[in-house]
Design a protein around this ligand. Sequence first.
Ligand code: ATP
Length: 901
Amino acid sequence: MALPDPAVSAPDDTSTVSWHAETAAAVAQHLEVDTAAGLSDEEAARRLLEHGPNQLSAVPGRPAWKRFADQLIQPLVLVLIGAGVVTAGLGEGVDSSVIFAVVLLNAGIGYWQEAKAEGALAALARSVATPVTVRRGGHRQQMDASQLVPGDIVLLAAGDRVPADLRLFLEHELHTDESMLTGESLPVAKHTDVLPADTLLAERLNMAYAGATVVAGQGCGLVIATGDATETGRIADLIASAPELATPLTRKMATFSNWLLWAIGGLALLTAGVGLLRGESAFEMFMAAVALAVGAIPEGLPAAVTVTLAIGVARMAKRRAIIRRLAAVETLGSTTVICSDKTGTLTENAMTVHALLCAGRHYAVSGHGYNPEGDIRLDEQPAGIAGALREALVAGALCNDASLARSGQHWKITGDPTEAALLVAARKGKLEEHTLQALFPRQDVLPFDATRQYMATAHAGDAGQIIYIKGALEKLLPRCVDRLDEHGQSVPFAIAEIEAAARSLAEQGMRVLLLARRLNRPGAALNDDSLHDLTLLGLAGMIDPPRKAAISAIRNCHSAGIRVKMITGDHAVTALAIAAQIGIDARQALTGRELAELDEAALAVAAHATDVFARVEPEQKLRLVRALQARGEVVAMTGDGVNDAPALKQANIGIAMGRGGTEVAKEAAAMVLTDDNFASIEAAVEEGRGVWDNLVKFITWTLPTNFGEGLVIVAAILFGSTLPITPLQILWINMSTAVLLGLPLAFEPIERGIMRRAPRRLETPVLDAALIRRIVLVSILLLAGSFGLFLWELKQGHTLPEARTVAVNVFVMVEMLYLFNCRSLTRSFWSLGLFSNLWVWGGIGSMALLQLLLTYWPPLNRVFQTAPIGWQEWGEIFAVGIASSLLIGLEKYWSHARHSA
Ligand code: ATP
């Protein structure tokens, strides 16, 4: 019931068309495209110019003023604002304006850092391309979803994200999840029939809307709208989701800061009370309390943590691991188990058929990769392509959705490498898939599915329908009733013989596929139940070489105390053979069937003890992750298919494949590998450890400043002395050193030997006893150095501003020298190479310049109540700095020696 729409006149005038109420043929006509061939490349290019790329325009997130305001309504900042208001009320104009300037500067830096970190994460997420399969110019091709135009023909498979609004015209068991559009989370079964024009959006079953995901089946659709013109584009608010910047560590920091705020508030009240009792003026005591509050709270800490994590994200991206959730950067360093797929991650996923077993004969297939040059030999002689061998090759070529194309010197494949390998094998037997497809047109298909582990297609043959099937031996051999012989006659077979032959191929690390056929009545249904009484055609054994980089990466993981477990859909014997080649030392594999019989407690034991899991169904990965986590492991798990998503979400770090992975898997994952390579996981773990190290270094470096300042104020009040450092000077020190001296630590290169340490346990506190001791020591040295010199200068007859200038410079000097110490938590700075982090030198140079300005530039002298000092004072400051460094260095040496003893 094609309803000619009077509003439709030209393909461009598409806004008023009720696509679901048109037949597919009418839709194709409106869009001026032939569904068999697709658009030509020229026409697609023209339409791309006209409609623009298939992308949603950026949606503004939280408005800038709101983000800025959020920086101001944090407890610490509110305290500062309060202090500013009261000082203004007391008539201290300069003090209060500097406090407000610092508040604004701090908020500005926080805002800028947050925006940059968010922007970087979002840009990385976008950098993972969304590939789509389309038919253009008569060929299937893969391209980026942004290149789609109205009229394109899109081929959908399980795990895909629907890239644009589509009118479906072919489907097989196609089910989509449209919850993002309709809120309904149950999968929706699709069809291609015409629907009444007034059908509601959620019920238009012959349409697939951009953003929905394909949870099962296959389909073909015509693009009717792209980019902002899609239904999703119209409700764009849904898309504006900013990446999450909070991580377990930043949350811990925030709690720590709040706790500190109360503790310091209490301490301020107490010391002010003591001061008042001793007869100090209320004004003096208020200023001292303010100094204590602004000094002792590490205001820059949460922002610095976010920046260090963001720098880690950038480093990981360079090593081909794209982080989608910031928290993963932290957890990566604690990973204790990596569960990895075999095919494509540990191996190249470059399949080549090397052996064919047909009619009881063992054929060898020559040639390399996807280049179809080579031949099929029997006992070193070219084999005659007839009987069972011919049918097996035909089955492999027809029960196949891959395609093969020459590009220059290389052969490129589209689709599943296992299937491409079968096309290549058929061509080596002089059977070309396009000719076969024309002779035996496909009528129906049961697509490959990791749970079903086979694929079947129905074809029109001379004597009725032929069904070709290929898949895992265990699934198909029990359904076979006879086999073809070398003349093409059906004969009985011995199951044990076939199993032994398959085993010997698997022992050589080959993936074994069984090829079978069934002659059907025309029009009979193609489903799991109808696939019985099959005729065995042969076995194909294909090799998939291990990735060289994976071998050394696994070795590194082992020395870093990380177990590597292979989880594969392949056969146990194949899996064990490959495991041995890549350095996973496993004597036994646990199969999916055995795994299903274990209860949770038994599984926890088995999951720990076993390193190779074979014939595992994707759904079982979730149980495995949980079992490992129950034993306290921090699990990184890879996945690519739509059914892997729950396991990826459950794992501490879900890792999706950027090239071969489905969109659903990528969205569930915390990290995406752009090269699908196991070695990139190991690199990310190494970076994760490095980032954590740098965070700890920053914290160990920054806390003594705050504690030292707090101690100085408390001591001054308790001893009834004038404050050696004013609140404004404290603000100066905190703001300038955190940025110029602290941030360079985020750029520290990874320390040697980082992959020879055991993983850090997630629950261990950020600072261990040794670091806390170091922080306390440095705080006390700062107190003694600055207070001591301050009193000394006063005693020498220097003015108060001069003595305070000396005290401020002592703080900065000790911090500068201590920075070198913090470049490594255990090793001495000279063993790191003095110039291995030039940021440190840049920071120290700028900081020294600022201190000279603070000391000698009259405007700063006026604002900060500082005064020029002489050579002798500098000498004293330097001497305190050097003495402190020596003491801190000795403590580090002693602590390290004791630790490693
Ligand atoms: P891994 O989990 O290590 O990546 P895998 O993804 O290769 O393993 P599956 O793709 O689930 O594992 O394949 C499991 C089994 O299904 C294979 O051993 C093979 O017998 C069969 N198989 C794989 N691909 C196809 C296909 N395209 N058509 C038919 N059967 C297939």
